[in-house]
Write a protein that binds this ligand. Structure first.
Ligand code: LLP
Length: 417
């Protein structure tokens, strides 16, 4: 995608970007608290008048300073590992607002969740349900649970982040779920707290949700005929935020929830990306420029270990050069160059952007990738022994360090010999 006048940029003034890069170094994740709160408020507004619990999907960005802002909005958390559960509690999400999903929970993780008395555990297979039962029994507890349904709906998104089609590893079919609820009812160790589905991520219209929710509502009626009436219907997350933009109001999700609201259900939503992505940018510094064949490369100090989405999904995040890229002013100018922005990692897949039209960029200038607040730092790695980037938040015009830059010492700290 060529760079453009993004609605996000007014939250990241050039002066602040430059100041943050000077003070904390690059590559650097910079977040806007104002924008983060705005995205959270957009959910609260769209679901006003309903009994809805928003469980922020920790996987999008698990950094405490950012999560604490979301927790302060009254959100709960959706976690998928013991580590995320620990970080959710530490960030201030109350246990009674935390749900635990994921296809591969270990016995220790299940025990931890039960000890912490979270809202419910979301089972994704019959075998998992039996393990949950055994753990609960050994602890002398009843466990609140839900089952993740696979509604067999195509969310029309990237294959890697599409989960609601039959054949995916996520969830179980309606028939299997029915048997699982029946088994749980007979066991005496379970309280049926919810019915869950999550069809995918970066979904841009309410259509797939509507299709899924009609099917889930029919399933709820089937359960009801057995006398099983879970309190919550969890619609999962997945609402998109197009790269370079704030999220669209999730009012279409509110419409898709109608079948549940009509049945008097409490709702749960698990938004991740739509809350966190727009509010963050990745700031890198231009190290070198070079030409290879017909391609112009800009080599930056940020790479795929810092931000994997372009390499893994072919995601196109708009690029902004502070002080230069003011959108359409530059498009079509003769001095523009078609460039690839590549990082220092030793992989040909290491790029932050490809085929972007940029004005002449000098060594030492900053290159900013927009919509990097979600699945950025949380998917980053130490590949090539590169310390992870620092994270900073803009709060009332001031810069607040949320997480310091890692050092090589951090990287080796778990090596025991
Ligand atoms: N709930 C469940 C059960 C999930 O599996 C996910 C995401 C979410 C909620 C949050 O979805 P969101 O609102 O963020 O779309 N790394 C990929 C996205 C993976 C999403 C995995 N599951 C990316 O960078 O696009």
């Amino acid at each position: 995608m060529s760079y453009q006048k993004s609605s996000l940029l007014r939250f990241f003034p050039d002066g602040i970007i430059k100041q943050a890069a000077e003070r904390f170094g690059t590559p650097l994740f910079l977040y806007s608290r104002e924008l983060l709160e705005k995205q959270a408020d957009s959910y609260i507004k769209a679901f006003a008048g309903t009994d809805t619990l928003f469980c922020y999907a920790m996987k999008a960005n698990s950094t405490r300073g950012l999560c604490a802002v979301i927790a302060a909005k009254g959100f709960g958390a959706d976690v998928v590992s013991g580590g995320e559960l620990f970080r959710a509690l530490r960030a201030g999400f109350p246990a009674e607002k935390i749900i635990f999903s994921g296809v591969g929970k270990t016995e220790d993780e299940i025990r931890y969740a039960l000890r912490e008395n979270i809202l419910f555990i979301n089972a994704e297979s019959f075998e998992e349900l039996r393990l949950i039962e055994n753990v609960a029994r050994s602890m002398g507890k009843k466990v609140r649970f839900s089952i993740r349904l696979n509604p067999d709906v195509d969310p029309h998104t990237h294959a890697y982040i599409s989960t609601g089609k039959s054949g995916s590893k996520f969830g179980v079919s309606f028939d299997e779920a029915f048997e699982m609820y029946r088994y749980a009812a007979a066991s005496g160790n379970f309280v049926p707290a919810g019915v869950h589905s999550h069809i995918g991520s970066q979904i841009s219209s309410g259509g797939p949700y509507k299709t899924a929710e009609i099917r889930v509502a029919e399933f709820i009626d089937r359960l009801s005929s057995l006398g099983i009436n879970p309190e919550y219907t969890d619609m999962g997350g997945g609402w998109g935020a197009a790269e370079g933009f704030e999220m669209k109001s999730p009012s279409e999700l509110r419409e898709a929830a109608e079948p549940f609201l009509r049945r008097g259900k409490k709702l749960i939503l698990e938004p991740g990306r739509s809350i966190a992505a727009p509010c963050g940018i990745l700031i890198s510094r231009v190290l070198y420029r070079k030409r290879s064949g017909s391609r112009n490369y800009i080599i930056t100090d940020g790479g795929m270990n810092d931000f994997l989405r372009p390499s893994l999904y072919g995601a196109e995040h708009p690029v902004y050069i502070p002080g230069k890229a003011t959108g359409e002013n530059y498009v079509g100018k003769t001095e523009n160059m078609l460039c690839d922005i590549a990082g220092p990692v030793c992989e040909s897949a290491d790029f932050l952007a490809r085929n972007v039209m940029l004005p002449p960029v000098e060594q030492g200038e900053l290159a900013v990738l927009l919509s990097a607040g979600a699945y950025g730092i949380s998917m980053s790695s130490n590949y090539n022994s590169r310390p992870r980037a620092a994270e900073v938040m803009i709060e009332n015009g001031e810069l607040k360090l949320l997480r310091r830059r890692e050092t090589v010492q951090d990287i080796i700290s778990a090596e025991v010999c």
